[in-house]
Design a protein around this ligand. Structure first.
Ligand code: PLP
Length: 409
């Protein structure tokens, strides 16, 4: 019999979203008439922008004609898309990022996990607590941790984020090699100022650390003073990889397109002590294990950068941000403390009356038929908090808030 990767057995059995699904289906089975509204998951609800759909249809037509048919594309993505990203998302903000440093992929979730392929097994790894669970679980799978104890894996450095530190991770006192940062943050909806990111870049440069910067929600930043990319900070090209996605700005969660920026100047240490370009390793990894995103989807993503695409994604983001505003205002009026939700699609709620995250989940489900996400599912320091997502129809958001207020949840 083939042996297995035992590290998978360390993964916590009651993983957050399956447990939510289990509780919701048990409730729905007992109350089949209950009009459940789900404000739990981070999936978008509004359809693909017209500009993207039109580009996808035109590309599909091209695939039906021998003269314009495309087979395998470049594993790194088509240059016309990488060029547009480099110009629009980085160079226009003063970031010195070149198209060659952009790798198109089918999702930042995959990239956040796959990136571990190019790193050694002896790095000290830091994550925030609470955290997007993919960073932790992929490290568990790769054997970079010990067992889980009290909601934390041995071997990982956890950086707590809470109202006490304004939901921004404090710089660790010890030296770590890899640090995952996510701004705007999932789950807390917090953002990072340039000063905060500069402190991280300074720390990374001083200790030879690498920052894995997840900017999947960058498009939700409306405050002109907040940085959209870590490369807006001087020196970040020497110490950071950035993950971006078309999922949350253009509704590509089901269409799948994202990209990762690996600057040519980034170096890692080989076991013989020599310095090696991380770009070279990631390029090799992608060329070997990935065969590119479909031509049709890349054309759809390219349309995000057209004038029509830009205006349509702006409308989409404003729509979700207005939902977040309604959630914030209504919950505040109900006497509940809320955070985030101004430059992010997530509102992070302090559970009222000292309820645990799961007790508040059950209360909302049973009394209001509203589903959210218990903060404790994102890490031990998320206990006592609750995430409400703004990804839903206006009607559902209004109805959910009305029920919460009427039931004095
Ligand atoms: N990064 C963060 C912080 C996320 O919250 C998500 C999805 O919810 C992703 C990455 C995944 O993005 P993608 O759809 O591109 O895989």
């Amino acid at each position: 019999m083939a042996t297995i990767n035992d590290n998978y057995l360390k993964l916590k059995a009651g993983y957050l979203f399956p447990e939510i699904a289990r509780r919701v289906s048990a409730f729905a089975a007992d109350h089949p008439e209950a009009p459940i509204i789900k404000l739990g998951i981070g999936d978008v609800t509004e359809p693909l922008p017209a500009a993207c759909r039109e580009a996808i249809i035109a590309a599909t037509q091209e695939m039906g004609d021998r003269a314009t048919f495309k087979g395998y594309g470049p594993e790194q993505g088509y240059l016309w898309l990488r060029d547009k990203i480099a110009q629009h998302d980085f160079q226009s903000r003063g970031c010195d990022i070149d198209a060659s440093e952009i790798f198109i992929s089918d999702g930042s979730k995959c990239d956040c996990g796959n990136i571990l392929d190019i790193f050694g097994n002896d790095n000290k790894i830091a994550v925030t607590d609470p955290v997007y669970p993919v960073y932790v679980d992929t490290n568990v799978m790769a054997g970079h941790t010990g067992e889980a104890k009290d909601g934390k894996y041995e071997g990982l450095v956890y950086l707590p984020i809470s109202a006490d530190n304004d939901f921004t991770a404090e710089i660790p006192s010890e030296k770590v090699d890899l640090i995952y940062l996510c701004f705007p943050n999932n789950p807390t909806g917090a953002t990072a100022t340039k000063q905060h990111l500069k402190a991280w870049v300074d720390y990374a440069k001083q200790h030879g650390s690498l920052i894995l910067y997840d900017a999947a929600y960058e498009a939700y930043i409306t405050d002109p003073d907040l940085p959209h990319s870590i490369y807006e900070i001087e020196g970040a090209k020497d110490c950071a990889i950035e993950f971006r996605s078309f999922s949350k700005n253009a509704g590509f969660t089901g269409t799948r397109c994202a990209f990762t920026v690996v600057p040519q100047s980034l170096m890692g240490k080989a076991s013989d002590g020599s310095d090696v370009k991380l770009w070279q390793l990631w390029n090799r990894r992608q060329a070997t294990k990935f065969n590119g995103v479909s031509y049709i989807v890349q054309r759809g993503a390219e349309a995000v950068y057209s004038a029509a695409g830009q205006s349509q994604i702006k409308d989409l983001i404003s729509f979700y941000l207005e939902n977040a505003k309604i959630i914030r205002e209504q919950l505040t009026a109900a006497g509940i403390d809320v955070y985030g939700g101004t430059n992010a699609p997530y509102v992070w709620v302090k559970t009222p009356s000292g309820l645990s995250s799961w007790d508040f989940f059950d209360k909302l489900l049973f009394n209001c038929n509203v589903v959210g996400t218990p903060g404790s599912g994102f890490g031990a320091a998320g206990e006592g908090y609750f995430r409400i997502s703004a990804f839903n129809s206006r009607e559902n958001v209004n109805e959910a808030m009305k029920r919460i207020i009427e039931n004095k949840a």
